[in-house]
Design a protein around this ligand. Structure first.
Ligand code: CA
Length: 224
């Protein structure tokens, strides 16, 4: 899962980034509103943590612009205690939640889980596609009584597929989500990981498989 952190206090931004990474999130961090808007507009994130008082462009303006551009990514605003008015206008601008500084790590993580929970998703510790499950804590991919452990990159690819069942995910999107824009990862890296994943999926005799949409990307499908 990919999170954007927009926070100008470097110490806080770096601490947040570190905490989120330790909790298996893929994190991009920017330090002013203009960069926040530019990154947010890509629509690549599952959640945006947005400070209100930011240089160049304030957080509420960023939020307003995102919503105006039809970006519906869940946004959690970070506010200082004194900014009660901002909280209200933040929610009016389309924020999904806000957190008052200082906050505890536990609270932050719980709020992010709530914001990124998909409707209808019952088991928040695992993704499920027709009995093929992926445990978010252990990276174990299971089908029936059989399990296999995934590497970090395999996990990230599988997570994207499981979060978007029956949708074709392009190779570009995998690369942007997992490696970031500025990476020079080639398409064949994805192909290699997909082939590793298929072998693992086959090894646990799952009925769900990764299909190739030729020239486009991949999607999960249940074998008839
Ligand atoms: Ca600030």
């Amino acid at each position: 899962m990919k999170i954007l952190v927009v926070e100008d206090e470097a110490a806080l931004a770096d601490a947040l980034t570190e905490i989120l990474r330790r909790n298996q999130y893929n994190v991009d961090t920017v330090y002013d509103g203009e960069d926040g808007l530019e990154y947010g507009l890509t629509g690549l994130y599952d959640c945006i943590i947005l400070d209100i008082m930011l240089p160049v462009m304030d957080g509420l303006t960023v939020l307003r612009q995102l919503r105006r551009s039809k970006i519906s990514t869940p946004v959690m605003l970070l506010t200082a205690k004194s900014e009660v008015e901002d909280k209200i206008s933040g929610l009016d601008c389309g924020a999904d939640d806000y957190l008052t500084k200082p906050f505890s790590t536990g609270e932050l993580l719980a709020r992010i889980r709530a914001l990124t929970r998909r409707t209808g998703e019952v088991n928040v510790d695992a993704f499920d596609f027709h009995g093929l499950t992926l445990n978010k804590q252990t990276y174990m991919l299971s089908y029936g009584s059989q399990s296999v452990k995934l590497s970090l990159k395999e996990y990230q690819i599988m997570e994207i597929l499981l979060m978007n069942p029956n949708q074709i995910i392009t190779k570009e999107r995998f690369i942007e989500k997992i490696w970031g824009f500025e990476s020079d990862v080639e398409y064949n890296n994805i192909e290699v990981y997909i082939s590793f994943l298929r072998k693992k999926i086959q090894s646990i005799q799952s009925k769900a498989t990764i299909h190739t949409a030729r020239g486009v990307g991949y999607y999960l499908e249940e074998k008839a």
